[in-house]
Every structure is written in structure tokens, then in C-alpha cells.
Design a protein around this ligand. Sequence first.
Ligand code: KG4
Ligand code: ZN
Length: 356
Amino acid sequence: MILGIETSCDETSVALLDHDGSVRVNLIASQVERHRPFGGVVPEIASREHLQHLFPLVGRALADVHASWSDVDRIAVTAGPGLIGALLVGVAGAQGLSYALGIPLVAVNHLEGHLYSPYLQREGPAIALPDRFLSMVVSGGHSQIYDVTGSGAVMLNRTRDDAIGETFDKVAKFIGLPYPGGPQIEKHASGGTIDRRRFPLPVPQFKDGSLDFSYSGIKAGAIRIARELGVRAGGDSKLLGDFCATFQDALFAQLFDRLDAIWAALRVPASTHSGAGAPDGRPADMPSEVAIAGGVAANGTLREKVLAWGRERGVTVRLPEKRYCTDNAAMIAFAALQRTAEASDPLRVSARSRIA
Ligand code: KG4
Ligand code: ZN
């Protein structure tokens, strides 16, 4: 089995996976309650909580599946990006285990974890990865689309400013909703009506035609509108619902604007393509599936919209189980299983808050 460790933000997580991607156990100690009074993650508190929870969780994971260290042949740990103090707890812990027990260590990029997560199943082996797929990671810290093949993931676009989850959280905080804001906005949006004229939040376009995301304009616009119209948690509930529905829709509209453009750009017509065609007439080397991952992929409205997007185009869409949307160690171990590269020397692995 492979042991996964994730401590990049505010969840301490430990998982054990078989080499076919079956998740034997995936434990998560969430710190959300500890950070809630502050309206966001406090890095100092996160590090301390990870220190407290990491080793007890490792022990529990092994005990839960009646395994011992002799059953573990690899350790995977998130090395970044994330909060540096939080990452260091996981990395130092994993290094210690690897060095002391002689088990090879694999350093994993947190985003790599997210982007493969839609292929993990609730039970049994992971879904076989297609030769090529697009993976859109939408979380608190990231909004980017990857082109994933057997040789790795290439980032096709990214946010130039705020991430989509961060935008949910900041606007939610401004109108007085508790942290994390994404699920709160979703809850209030479900009773609301989309009204673009009352809440004008257009999809931003770059003059240079770039397909990058940008959420700072929507964030500023939403905060200004909320202030002007007096949108408040605990205030006029119809106004709050309509605002949340329109704001959420504007955030998602941008995702589909970029996804559409990227998908269209990659759809090379079979007639102009030199390679052999797939049975359905598409070139064999085109991406065949679209996956959505990250905390925001837990949003029910987004999930429905992505499924509809796929149905309209005849594209297979992969959505992670909700438990694998937010940060978890199963996805970190699974990403390590995709690596053909040799495991690293444990003492050379270092935590990095940013990874290019
Ligand atoms: O992936 P994640 O756990 O952490 C990062 O790596 O960033 O994502 C957390 C983010 C938060 O911004 C949270 O508000 C958002 O995911 N989120 C949601 C929902 N559930 C979590 N956003 C919208 N709707 C949801 N249901
Ligand atoms: Zn994450």
C-alpha cells in the first residue's frame, strides 16, 4: 500500500491506498471550527493543529485497515503549494517516517492531487485514466485548467488574481456569512433567482484574447453591489437569495466561457489531422474526457452544469466524489501512483509554499 499525507492548508489528512487506486482508508481531521471565528485560515493555528493530529491519524489509519508498516511500500506527501508552516509539518513527519522505516518518499504537488481526484472511486480500484483529459481545478487557492496525458499535466490557463473559492469566501464574509463561504453561498443561492440586470456581474475578457481566469473584478463588483443594495446575512432573505444565485452563476459562467474556448481549440477536425482517428471520428490524441476537481467541485449547481455541458457535447465528464473534492490525502497518494519517476531521497524533499 501507499501512505498519503496532506497538511497544506486546514485539513490534516492521512490515507492508505492499494496500488490499483483502491482507497482503503482516508481520514480527515478538519480544522474548520478552529478557524471559523477568524473568518479564514490562521496559519499559526493550522500548523499547531497539524502537529497535534498527524501522527495519531497515521496510527489510526493503519489500525483501521489492520495493516502494519510492513504493508506500506511508499509514502506520498504534499510538498506544496500551500501554507509553509502547515506543509512543513507533513513533510517533516513524512521524512521522519521514510528515513526511520526505510520506506521511499514521493513529494507531490497539491494541484496534481486535485487534478487526478475525479478518477478515485468510493469503493474499489480507480477508474482507468484516459490517454488524455482536461482537468479543471477549482479550489480556495486555485482556478486552472490542465491538459493531462501519460507524461504529465500541462497548465493551459490559470487565474491572474483571485481563485474562484477565495472569491466565494471573501464575498460571503463581506455579507456576513460564516467561513467557508462557498457552501453558504450555495445554500442561499438555491432559493434565489438569477437577476443579471439587478446584479450586473459580467464575464471578464482580456483584450489580448488570453483564456486566463480573473475573479478580482467580480469580487469587487459583488462587494460594491452588496453594499449599495444592503445585502446582508440575516437581512432581506429574498434579496440575499437572489444575490447569491446571481453571484454564483457569474462565477460559473466564467468557468464555462474558458472551458468552451479551450475545448474548441483542442478539437482539431479529424480531416486536418494526420493521426489515426478514434472510433467516434475524433483524432485519437484529443482529450476525451473533462474532469472537475477541488473544493468548489462539491457545489451541486456546478456539478449539474458540468454534466449538462458534457451531455450537450457528447463528452464524458468526471466529477470527484464529494469526499475527494476538498483537501484529502487519498488524492495525494493517488497522484504519487501516477508517477513513473523514482521516489526522492527523504532528506532532499522540502516544503515549498509556491510551486511554479
Ligand atoms: O480544495 P479546497 O478544500 O482547498 C484548497 O486547496 O483551496 O477548497 C476549499 C474551497 C473554499 O474556498 C470553499 O469555499 C470552496 O472550496 N467550497 C465550495 C463548496 N464547498 C467548498 N464552493 C462552492 N460551493 C461549495 N459547495
Ligand atoms: Zn486543495
